[in-house]
Design a binder for this molecule. Structure first.
Ligand code: NZQ
Ligand code: ZN
Length: 390
């Protein structure tokens, strides 16, 4: 097992109605003036934001609001949030939404504590030990940002989408009420499922041998996500299925499912270029196309690992031909994503052959000449994987 350092400082408040405790829990932790940060219309429409405002007022916690975070959040609104947080003397950020809102909140939490423009952190990846503390009310299980160390932000002017990792901006408090996810459109539910499943795949497939304690935990999460997925799609108000997925989504990406391994992350790198090229592309939908293409391209390099995954997660019977078994596992993965209504080709996402070259310079800017761990990929490999996905 590789050495690791792991910290998970988030306090999780999980279950029905937990958003009503937001004000009290923030007051307990000394919050005086909060930046209430949210997305488009969903949280306003459902009445969630009003319940949170009431909870903050009842606890005597002041707040200023900044809504309008779009999926694939953009740096301009982050800059606005930084200026607002500084001008208003905000001491906590409360993100109400999914990965996009939480990532925007994390970027603001960093920017509010530095003099430079916040994009500089994404550009240089330099450490920033001081951030504002973050609380989250999660409305979609997917990105796992409610406990992760990452934020991913787009910069439309530069045509970039890139991440910034910082232990200091892991949320301190996460309120997770599965009932809040009943209003998710099936497409967002499905994209979230693909994203959380992909966070497990990125950790399971790398250039390291078996790490049973981590691998078995990871496989058990994969099986859970796979079993609960059809239940929520068939019955969106099934509390237990929603609850299992919400908790799984956090476990898939908070870090525990990859400890002691190297992890790969090539498929995420390939997907982020799709969302940078077309910000309308949903991250999970992009992964549903790119992950199976990546698997198909690399599985001959580690057929036993892929065959093992196929047996454990999809119950495939060994045929005696390891490579054939590995390819069957890839097919099952693609079929699982398709069964959720996710796309299987780049064309369905509106990305075509002529777009591939447009993504290479930004991929190079984000990842250099070589990336991934299970197989070190060159930019020519990246081109080939995009072509496979067409
Ligand atoms: O904006 P509103 O109106 O709220 O609508 C949102 C949005 O359109 C809607 N939605 C959310 N909760 C809802 C709801 N609609 C109805 N009912 C609800 N309860 O869903 C849409 C998608 O929301 P978004 O926050 O974008 O989804 P997700 O959580 O999938 O986040 C995606 C972002 O996270 C990044 C992705 O790249 C992408 O930018 N990631 C962040 C990671 C991290 N920070 O660790 C890791 C991931 O790999 C990922 O890259
Ligand atoms: Zn992801």
């Amino acid at each position: 097992m590789e050495n690791f350092e792991f910290m998970s400082p988030t306090c999780f408040v999980f279950g029905r109605d937990v958003e009503q405790q937001v004000g009290a829990k923030l007051a307990e932790r000394g919050a005086r003036r909060v930046l209430l940060h949210f997305g488009g219309q969903s949280a306003e429409r459902s009445g969630l934001l009003d319940r949170i405002r009431v909870s903050l007022e009842a606890a005597g916690v002041g707040f200023v609001e900044l809504g309008g975070v779009r999926p694939n959040p953009e740096i301009e609104l982050v800059r606005e949030g930084v200026a607002l947080a500084k001008a208003e003397g905000v001491d906590w950020i409360l993100a109400v939404g999914g990965g996009s809102v939480i990532d925007s909140a994390k970027a603001i939490a960093n920017g509010a504590c530095i003099e430079d423009d916040v994009w500089e952190l994404f550009e240089t990846k330099r450490p920033n030990p001081q951030t504002l503390p973050i609380a989250v009310v999660l409305t979609i299980p997917a990105a796992g940002s409610e406990a992760s160390k990452n934020t991913v932000i787009s910069n439309d002017a530069l045509g970039r989408k890139t991440g910034y990792a910082n232990e200091a901006h892991r949320p301190k408090l996460a309120f997770m009420n599965p009932e809040l996810t009943y209003t998710l459109p099936p497409f967002q539910t499905a994209a979230g499922i693909v994203d959380m499943f992909s966070h497990l795949l990125e950790r399971f497939f790398d250039d390291y041998g078996a790490v049973p304690v981590t691998d078995n935990l990871n496989l058990s999460l994969m099986k859970t996500v796979r079993a609960e997925a059809p239940r929520v799609l068939a019955d969106p108000e099934n509390y237990d299925a929603r609850a299992n997925l919400m908790w799984a989504g956090m476990l898939c990406h908070q870090g525990i499912a990859g400890l002691g391994r190297h992890e790969d992350w090539a498929s995420h790198a390939l997907e982020h270029e799709l969302s940078a090229l077309r910000p309308s592309i949903t991250h999970g939908a992009g992964l549903a196309v790119m992950f199976p293409a990546w698997m198909e391209y690399v599985c001959a390099d580690a057929p036993a690992r892929f065959a093992f995954y196929g047996r454990e997660v999809f119950g495939l019977c060994p045929t005696g031909d390891m490579l054939a078994d590995a390819l069957s596992a890839v097919d099952e993965t693609r079929a699982f994503f398709a069964s959720l209504g996710m796309p299987t080709t780049l064309e369905e996402l509106g990305v075509f052959e002529e777009d591939i070259e447009r993504m290479i310079p930004t991929l190079r800017a984000n990842k250099g000449e070589c990336f991934g761990r299970l197989k070190r990929l060159s930019l020519d490999d990246a081109r080939a994987i995009y072509r496979l996905a067409l």
